[in-house]
Write a protein of this length. Sequence first.
Length: 430
Amino acid sequence: MLEKLFKLREHATTVRTEMIAGLTTFLTMSYIIFVNPDILSSTGMDRNAVFVATCLAAALGSLVMALVANWPIGMAPGMGLNAFFAFAVVKTMGYTWEQALGAVFISGVIFVILTISGIRAWLIRGIPSSLRSAIAAGIGLFLAIIALSSAGIVAAHPETKVTLGDLRSHGPLFAILGFFIIAVLDALRVRGAILIGILVVTVLSMLMGYNEFHGVFSAPPSLEPTFFKLDIMGALNAGLLHVILAFVLVEVFDATGTLMGVAKRAGLVPENRPNRLGRALFADSTAIVAGSVLGTSSTTAFVESASGVQAGGRTGLTALVVAVLFLAALFIAPLAGSVPAYATAPALLYVAGLMMRELIDIKWDDISEATPAALTALIMPFTYSIANGLAFGFISYVVLKTCTGRVREVHPATWLVAALFVIRYAFFPG
């Protein structure tokens, strides 16, 4: 049955490999189970209900990705989008969280229409090959800053923006240990190297008293406080058009960038050959609508899926395992919370380094190709946004090609995307 559903032999993988990859992806993205309720509850939403909505939205999105697209990519409410939802739309602009959920729902419907109509796929076809490689490398850098900061190796500094953390504290030391375990085992071609690294650090930190074992089982809370509480008419009447546009732009290009980057790393989007990108786009667009109904901010493809791909995940069975584990997390929240951030950070950092290899495919001797690619990769970590990196890349690509007399090399979709980003920053800078 699994072979028929996921074509394991065709993708040169096995059930065991896919299950390890799914568990690895889940462990690296499971932090969202706890971070998302923290952020959204600041708007007045019920924390426990958001916890349930987060797990269900992630499970549903990952399930659709598995069965419809057969891609090894996990889905969950996205970081950045949840912060925009809570701190910009609700706290700064003064809208209710119900209206904000309504805006997410409307943006999701628009997203689905763009996907079904083929407009989103047309936009993706217009992405130059150099920018495709830069997107994957930029996501690697984005993963790196996430990993280094969550491990405490990189810390904030009022003068220099960032600085070296305290390497004598247990978090950075455990993260460094985990990184070397993963790197050495992977170099020795040990299957499940990333998962082994995560588990070794988790167990060691427990044995040394730095990480508490919170137990295994607990009954899931009620979803009722957020289920179907979205205010669609309120979102339309409250003048939230600019918010909806912001959601759509970020969802389209952030999720697209993640899908392209992770899929390229997994070899799922070969040049000039049929692939399942269209189905993957449909999966992540429908997940947004479902998430808003459940009571959470926009659900999107998770960049941490790259860790599962590195562990060998190549099919939707990886995403199916992620979906099952998110459902299980409803009942084993204490156990899921026992894996510290400094245990998963080494996995993300190691994958980040591997994704930097995509830079070799950029035409570095062509300034009109190299400069936009470099900006794409650099802006992602420095602004903590995949979408911002895409914006700088597309706009600079159009400007350089036009000003160097090579305007015919610019795909119409690239022109459109660049124009949309200019409009986004000119009129909706928030």
